[in-house]
Write a new protein. Structure first.
Length: 73
């Protein structure tokens, strides 16, 4: 089975909580060494703190909106 080199994880998933996914991956002995980069529109200190408590490797706040990136020329 192939493993990813890195996981990009959005905290706001449609059906699952991203923090739960992070915690589950990091608790799995076969997956825990995969670096996880968290992406989120949230800049809430609680989200950042919890992500690092669950052993995220990085946390990036997505501050640029979709319309700003794709609709401005």
């Amino acid at each position: 089975m192939q493993r990813p080199d890195v996981i990009l994880l959005d905290l706001r998933l449609p059906r699952l909580d991203g923090l739960e996914v992070l915690q589950t991956v990091k608790q799995n002995k076969n997956l825990c060494s995969i670096p996880i980069i968290v992406l989120s529109t949230s800049a809430a200190e609680a989200d950042v703190k919890k992500a690092y408590e669950y052993h995220a490797n990085s946390f990036f706040n997505q501050t640029v909106g979709f319309s700003k990136v794709f609709l401005s020329s």
